[in-house]
Design a protein around this ligand. Structure first.
Ligand code: UDX
Ligand code: ADP
Length: 461
């Protein structure tokens, strides 16, 4: 351990979770030395530069305040493991694409490699903390690998899942609803858990720091994502009923959400959820349920993902139907490509599926987004020639037959739609996949307006 610091904290994996989380720990705990390492040298260079690798409101200020003081970014994984007291692991756990459980189970190869690397590089006992979302009971496999040594090294494996949402990560970290730390209920496990609790206690009120056994902690993270995504799939299923029955999904959500047992948040009908967590975590739980022989449970959980896929396809089919059953050769302006507002992240963004389907229908696309154009280019790299990328939404909409609003960026609420309408091919269409624009106003201007879960406003007979 370095002299001036209480402990050396290391995080392996400097991504969307590891980066902001460790930056906040460094910011709130000046007496800890915090280091982030990653195999991706470019990412580490960016963390050390003025242009951070991820866009997250408020992150720049925090990183700049502590970088070089008690926050460090490095590619030297081995030496940093050796010097660390507590190692947080935040490497990717994507869905498996091969072999048993392909398309469903979590791919644990990066995690296992990291565990073996920790073992190989350690010359003292350490605490290893699961920060990535992992299948329940992963800690057991990690313990077995780490404690398979004959060098008298002991590793306590803890679970400390991260509940931050992108776009609000800094606020979520500053004022978390809860911090969960799970451990084995042995003397050593409980003592290790206390060391992690002590870190968060620097700024999180004790009543918000929850401790548990390690399996409950691992499972709680998956369950939180089940509840959240289930709400979205429920309201999206209801939006389909609303479109048929001329009810308004916003009114329905408001009335239902006023019951405190239901709650008003997280009931916005949309083109479906995206992001790196929901689909992956639910499929992971579907797989685990099946492997325990709980087929009905698996089927119930799987329906959350099935409705999400249905909602994206339904949006495309509504566009096709409204635009006289052909999109071939038509130009469509896509407003927003990020999976949600206030992030440049496009992982599992519904916009990817929708853009690909529109291309299949032989539409030409002009994609606009304030932060996600770089990622959008990568996501649609194979569609070159048929897709243009234009940051300015006015320019993007010019000459289009239709606009599809796919991300709820604030700026799309206040655009001059009269000006946009003037530059479009008529009849002009707006498909509002996020219900954020003023539908009546756009209709009055002359647009044919198709919201989600509300009757369309159309000038067509
Ligand atoms: C989510 C969880 O919120 C977070 O706690 C967990 O740690 C990681 O997964 P994130 O994926 O960053 O966070 O974003 P979130 O705000 O939950 O949105 C997920 C998706 O659901 C987005 O595509 C969003 O647009 C969509 N969504 C959200 C809706 O369609 N309707 C809503 O009412 C809310
Ligand atoms: P998340 O959203 O879970 O943070 P990211 O993909 O943003 O996921 O971050 C995971 C990070 O982990 C990536 O930057 C990746 O390069 C890094 N990573 C993956 N495997 C290893 C490894 N064995 N050692 C160090 N870093 C790794």
């Amino acid at each position: 351990m370095t002299e001036d610091f209480k402990q050396n904290l290391l995080c392996i994996g400097a991504g969307y979770v590891g980066g902001p989380t460790m930056a906040m720990i460094a910011y709130k705990c000046p007496h800890y030395r915090v280091t982030l390492v990653d195999i991706n040298a470019r990412r580490i260079d960016e963390w050390n530069s003025d242009r951070l690798p991820i866009y997250e409101p408020g992150l720049d200020e925090i990183v700049k305040a502590v970088r070089g003081k008690n926050l460090f970014f490095s590619t030297d994984i081995e030496n940093n493991i050796r010097e660390a007291d507590i190692i947080f692991v935040s490497v990717n756990t994507p869905t498996k694409t091969f072999g048993v459980g392909a398309g469903m189970a979590a791919d644990l190869q990066y995690w296992e490699k990291t565990a073996r690397q920790i073992l190989a590089c350690s010359d003292s006992s350490k605490i290893v903390v699961e920060k990535s979302t992992l299948p329940v009971r992963t800690a057991l496999a990690m313990e077995r690998i780490l404690n398979s040594n004959n060098r008298h090294l002991h590793f306590d494996v803890l679970s400390n899942p991260e509940f931050l949402a992108e776009g609000t990560a800094i606020n979520d970290l500053l004022k978390p609803d809860r911090v969960l730390v799970g451990s084995r209920l042995t003397d050593s496990g409980i003592a290790a858990r206390q060391q992690v609790v002590d870190i968060y206690a620097n700024w999180v009120p004790m009543e918000r720091i929850v401790t548990s056994d390690v399996w409950s902690s691992e499972l709680s993270k998956l369950v939180s994502n089940v509840f959240l995504s289930q709400r979205i799939s429920t309201i999206n299923a209801i939006s389909a009923i609303c479109e048929k029955s001329e009810a308004d999904v916003a009114n329905v959500a408001r009335a239902a959400g006023m019951d405190p047992r239901i709650g008003s948040r997280y009931l916005n009908a949309s083109i479906g959820f995206g992001g790196s967590c929901f689909k992956k975590d639910i499929l992971n739980l579907v797989y685990i349920s099946k492997s325990y022989g709980l087929d009905e449970v698996a089927d119930y959980l799987h329906s959350i993902v099935r409705i999400n896929a249905y909602q994206k396809e339904r949006f495309v089919e509504n566009m096709l139907q409204a635009m006289f059953n052909t999109l071939a050769g038509k130009r469509i302006g896509i407003f927003g490509f990020a999976f949600k507002a206030n992030t440049g992240d496009t992982r599992e963004s519904p916009a990817i599926y929708i853009a690909r389907r529109l291309l299949e229908e032989q539409a030409d696309l002009v994609i606009s987004d304030p932060k996600a154009l770089g990622n959008a280019r990568n996501d649609l790299a194979d569609a070159d020639g048929r897709v243009a990328y234009v940051e300015d939404p006015y320019q993007a909409a010019s000459g289009c037959h239709a606009i599809a609003v796919l991300t709820e960026w604030d700026q799309y609420k206040t655009l001059d739609y009269e000006k946009i309408f003037a530059g479009m091919v008529k009849p002009a269409f707006i498909f509002d996949g996020r219900n954020i624009i003023d539908h009546q106003h756009c209709f009055d201007i002359g647009f044919n307006v198709y919201p989600i879960g509300k009757p369309p406003l159309t000038h067509l007979e």
